[in-house]
Write a protein that binds this ligand. Structure first.
Ligand code: ATP
Ligand code: MG
Length: 382
């Protein structure tokens, strides 16, 4: 039985539906990330799970028990918010102990103090904040405050840990360090977690599974590798990746040799056969890191002739922003981003040919954005 199960979970504010029929479940000890752009309904989903927001329709189960009507304090969740929400007038110890007040009521008064103290100290040790227990929040750095906020949620030994963009107030370096610390903490102490972020880097490094949301609905759910390698639609393809996938919806023209072209993009081989079969209302996608400079075109499914408009040198690699096609032609000019080897001797203004291997070329239906399973199609037609 899943620790947590959402069935058709829906939230409406007045006439506006902001979370629509969301279905997923989370297993014991799993780290699930809700990923999506601002306003897509991540926080609303989390707040329904915590009991801070009512559920408009659908069901929420913890260990198979229907939770829709249970108040927040009956759900045993620990929640960490973006702004930490620590009590400024209390020490770190008291901030942590506060969360235990309601928990410890079944202990006799004298034993209770010892129990609270032990729980707080164990949690402080886990998060390496023991030396800070006598300090007040204003005396702490951003990273230390964030650890106290994590501690306050963990000290209660929650069944489910809910985190809403907990790192977004930290500067870039600290954010990266805390991200690693969170990953390590979860390895040492695997509490079932739902973590909300719009940062796909965080999602890819932290998640066992990612739930990608857009406009209140789930677009795809899968492991980081699945989401990255087999995006279910063009939205996921472009949203996940640094930078996201290049996508071209172009008026593909068939050539005499049986390949297809538009705006400097050339599709051959298996990919051209798919267009033969299902028509040309196709969006072609390739990730910036899967493009490489090449001379021939026969061996690849996709080649592109383009001009480098801007080069960003980023140490280990370089990012080329290129224009494709020709404004004099009827086909609208397009752009692409390629992440290339920093060794390449490319210059701004150069004309280059880029290629991608067949298996790295993605196809989507232009009308719906849904991924076309090219391999399945080829197997069927072969
Ligand atoms: N209490 C509320 N009343 C009315 N509308 C709300 C309320 N809370 C959220 N919304 C709306 O619901 C939609 C989803 O909001 P939500 O906070 O869940 O998004 P989010 O994915 O967490 O975004 P962000 O990444 O910016 O935090 C938004 O359009 C928001 O304006
Ligand atoms: Mg939010």
């Amino acid at each position: 039985m899943s620790r947590l199960q959402l069935v058709g979970l829906t939230k409406s504010f007045g006439t506006e539906t902001v979370v629509r029929e969301v279905d997923f479940s989370v297993e014991e000890g799993e780290f699930v990330v809700l990923l999506g752009p601002s306003g897509c309904g991540k926080t609303s989903t989390l707040r329904m799970i915590a009991g801070l927001e009512s559920i408009s329709s659908g069901e929420l189960y913890f260990d198979g028990h229907l939770m829709n009507a249970e108040p927040p304090d009956r759900r045993n969740v620990g929640m960490v918010f973006q702004n930490y929400a620590l009590y400024p007038h209390m020490t770190v110890f008291d901030n942590l102990a506060f969360g235990l007040r309601s928990r410890s009521s079944h202990h006799p008064r004298r034993e209770r103090r010892g129990w609270v103290s032990k729980r707080v100290q164990d949690t402080a040790e886990l998060l390496e904040i023991s030396p800070l227990l006598t300090q007040r929040p204003r005396q702490l750095s951003g990273g230390q405050r964030q650890r106290v906020a994590l501690g306050r949620a963990l000290v209660r030994n929650p069944d489910v840990f809910l985190m809403d963009e907990p790192l977004s107030n930290l500067d870039a370096n600290l954010r990266e360090r805390m991200r690693m610390e969170l990953a390590q903490l979860h390895q040492r102490h695997p509490v079932t977690t739902i973590y909300v972020t719009h940062d796909q880097g965080e999602a890819l490094t932290l998640a066992d599974r990612i739930v990608v949301m857009n406009n209140g609905s789930v677009c795809q759910m899968g492991s980081p590798t699945e989401i990255y390698e087999r995006p279910a639609n063009a939205f996921v393809a472009n949203f996940v990746g640094m930078p996201g996938m290049n996508l071209w919806t172009l008026p593909w023209q068939r050539t005499n040799e049986g390949s297809y072209r538009a705006s400097g993009v050339h599709l051959t081989g298996e990919i051209a056969r798919v267009l033969d079969e299902i028509g040309t209302s196709i969006t072609v996608g390739v990730r910036p890191e899967h493009l490489f400079a090449s001379t021939g075109r026969e061996a690849f499914g996709l080649t592109i002739d383009c001009k480098i408009e801007l080069l960003e040198r980023l140490g280990s690699h370089l990012v080329a922003h290129c224009s494709m096609g020709d404004a004099r032609q009827s086909v609208a000019p397009s752009t692409l981003v390629a992440r290339l080897d920093s060794e390449s001797k490319l210059l701004r203004g150069d004309y280059i040919r880029l290629s991608a291997p067949l298996k790295r070329t993605h196809l989507f239906a232009a009308a719906t954005g849904e991924a076309i399973d090219r391999h399945a199609r080829i197997a069927v037609t072969a």
